[in-house]
Design a protein around this ligand. Structure first.
Ligand code: AN7
Length: 354
């Protein structure tokens, strides 16, 4: 049968009731794209792939966890869902709630949500609340609301979010035939790194696919898991991961430790350089999604990691179109020419056509 989303494909590996009716937009099944030019640029001699999660229905990996969370909210007769979000969760929750016929309330940090994400939340019809605070403030509010009401929380504290998101590691193993040596990904609220590790360990138990080392990457201005305490005022150009108190921080640290990997921080500058490098291979991702590559480059360049002979997967979590402003703000504008063929030809060919 044709592809019908992650629940349809991986239900047997998920902790979901057998007879649920999936709320789906046919998410998942994203491509694992080789990027040999980037590997060569970093010295070559290893395999490098991008798991392009920006190609999910709403443009981010959040759709994997949202199909499961929304399916269960509907299954349990919930009428309203709520989340805090740096943007992608909001857009995804809004889309899946509309699909399910549920009311969606999303709470966001004012002025810190990229245009494509906010537009998504509006387009899919969510009720949007913004606060002049951080994601962490918003999360504490929505958690409390969900505890004191019938409203369902669809942040990654919701265990069904993790059940869905872990399918990305199944796809990678199915595609490669085994787990990669390293998996590099951005870390914000730490749901995704938790989900990947759960998925890899589960598949390894069942299918003996092996385990990757996990490199989790935070932005320097929002790196609570690296500095070892909450960041009161997180700041980074990668607004998706502008999070100072990750809900699943402990699990993220455990995933890094158990996998014999690590969690590191990189500067905004390095994140943007990595974004550019991915785009030069035809893969435009939002800044946060380039953090995995930025971290890998850092480790190779300071000689703390030798990639030779390794198979490495970069998880690119969100599409570049989510955050057009970061590109446009570089100030690169199209050349403006008159409606005059000779002038156009002169510009392109450097002279008159005879
Ligand atoms: C593109 O949407 O937290 O470590 O509210 O949008 O699982 O939080 C987004 C997070 C990485 C980090 N890449 O994942 C939200 C939100 C992108 C993201 C992350 C996010 P987690």
């Amino acid at each position: 049968m044709s592809y019908q989303g992650i629940i349809h494909r991986y239900h047997e590996f998920m902790d979901l009731p057998p007879a649920v009716q999936p709320i789906t937009l046919y998410e998942g099944n994203t491509p694992l794209i080789p990027v040999p030019a980037i590997a060569d640029n970093l010295g070559g001699g290893f395999e490098l792939y991008v798991k392009y999660e920006g190609l999910n229905p709403t443009g981010s990996f959040k759709d994997r966890g949202m199909t499961t969370a929304m399916t269960m909210a509907k299954h349990n007769g919930k009428k309203t869902v709520i989340c805090a979000s740096t943007g992608n969760t909001a857009a995804s929750a809004a889309a899946y709630a509309s699909r399910a016929g549920l009311r969606a309330i999303v709470m966001i940090p004012e002025g810190k949500v990229a245009a494509g994400k906010l537009a998504g939340a509006v387009a899919y019809g969510a009720e949007i609340i913004q606060i002049p605070g951080s994601f962490d403030d918003a999360l504490s509010f929505v958690v409390e609301i969900s505890q004191k009401s019938e409203i369902e929380l669809v942040n990654s504290l919701n265990p069904y979010r993790i059940e869905g998101q872990k399918t990305a590691s199944f796809e990678i193993c199915d595609e490669l035939g085994s787990a990669p040596d390293w998996l590099c990904l951005p870390v914000g609220n730490a749901g995704n790194i938790t989900a990947y590790w759960m998925g890899f360990t589960q598949y390894n138990r069942i299918k003996n696919t092996g385990l990757p080392h996990i490199l989790g990457v935070q932005a320097e201005g929002a790196a609570p898991l690296v500095i070892g305490h909450t960041v009161e005022h997180p700041e980074t150009v990668a607004t998706a991961i502008r999070i100072g108190n990750p809900a699943r921080g402990e699990q993220a640290l455990m995933a890094a430790e158990e996998s014999k990997g690590r969690i590191i921080a990189v500067s905004d500058e390095k994140i943007l350089a990595a974004q550019k490098m991915l785009a030069s291979s035809g893969i435009w991702v939002e800044p946060a999604s380039a953090a995995g590559l930025a971290g890998l480059i850092d480790r190779i360049k300071n000689n703390s990691f030798d990639p030779k002979g390794k198979r490495i997967v970069l998880v690119c979590t969100g599409h570049g179109m989510k955050d057009p402003d970061i590109i446009i703000s570089r100030g690169i504008k199209p050349v403006r020419l008159p409606v005059d063929f000779d002038k156009v030809a002169e510009y392109i060919l450097g002279g008159r056509i005879q």
